[in-house]
Design a protein around this ligand. Sequence first.
Ligand code: UDP
Length: 496
Amino acid sequence: MACSPTDLHFVLLPLMAQGHLIPMVDMARILSQQGATVTIITTPVNANRFKPTIDRAIEAKLKIQVLELRLPLTEVGLPEGCENFDLLPTAAQAFNMYAAMSMLEKPVENVLLNLCPPPSCIISDGGFPWTANMAKRLNIPRLVFYGPGCFTFLCVHIVTHTNILNEINSNSEYFVIPGLPDRIEITKPQAATWGKGESEESTKIFEQILEAEKASSGIVVNSFDELETKYVKMFAMAKDKRVWCIGPVSLCNTSFQDIAERGNQAAINGHDCLKWLDTQEPVSVVYVCLGSLSYATTEQTIELGLGLELSNIPFIWFIRQTSDEFEGWLLEDGYEERIKGRGLLVRGWAPQILILSHQSIGGFVTHCGWNSILEGVSAGIPMITWPQFADQFLNERFITDILKIGVKIGMEVPVLFTERDKCNDLVKKEDVLTAVESLMNNGEEGEGRRKRAKEFSIMAKKAMEEGGSSHVNMKLMMDFIAQELAKNTKLIQDIV
Ligand code: UDP
């Protein structure tokens, strides 16, 4: 890569999970489109997932490079090659993954010391708290990126910085999150499966993350001001930090290839799905995809399938990982034969933003990962919310209770990510049927949700356009880093 010492050079360090990696790759593209040099540091398996995307960006003369580091997996008892949370043999090994990630400090620092132009800023995933001290040693600002939006983070901040959870005695009792402009009711496990309180190990990691955040120069959020105006301000005030909403970052993908291959170069050929979707009526199909990490037992998967079938509404259903047990049931039951024409079951990675933007899609069954939610919002599609763990219950409340563009499937009891193969709360086929019918109905309520979803989609697109709020915020963030760089350069000149 050409080396000019005056370039703004952002180093991006994404967490090894699709929901963090994908938006950071988008962020890299946006930064470089606005003139910055960008280096993404990741591991070989992860780099390979978005290699064609980066190659195309380089061909288009964007200044992006990817540097690969070995993740010390065998040192923490994990198999070689298991470089992403979605490749862990069991979810309980997530902490081994964190241990391996914490061993990257020296190798990352060595990379940064040898970069040209020298790094002006590190945008670190919150999951790498050690980047705070590293940034201090290198005298560069550290910005932090977590994934979810401001509303969810503000809720996490409130429940972890007040005594509210200690005042709730039962796990099934709903309480109102104090201090919010909207009435948000939640149970203790729904509010606390993320961060502090999940387990001793996760509490320790969460505290390190918060400590590192204090030492950071700001927080970069994949959201947009118009989506959660009040919450952006409240979140920045609660954290006493600069907050830049720069999304929805997925909207930076404009070519068919970038859209179809986003997140996984091995994504099924977008054309195959499109051909089927093209045969369906406009706004008639429900798209079902539960993210990159969620898990459903065979019993749960069957209930979902039967519920979709009962609804008589067209659907396209992606299953990330099938199982022998489920395949056996499919064969024996003749499910795929019965749904032929009206339903399509696809095994593998969904080209999600390609599907969501197809005119036939009228609803989205989502596990409420923040990226999926924003992608649904960007496409103007109302959603059925099926949260499981982490931030997903709070994200659900945002969609159903604040934006009012979603219908709850009725999940009550969360699972811990590390125990996600346990099923605490079976969603029955009748629940699926009720939710799908309610979402797709053309009555006043359904139309209202659809209309609001369309309005947010227009706002999302405007935010990302030249002069839109996220476009401006990205510029402001880059200006801030340029000023910090100038200050540091002057300081060094004064010393010399
Ligand atoms: N995704 C996709 N195809 C899939 C599953 C997921 O493209 O089959 C993408 C999705 O578009 C989103 C990301 O993977 O950008 C998942 O992030 P999210 O925050 O929604 O959920 P997570 O997987 O982190 O729980």
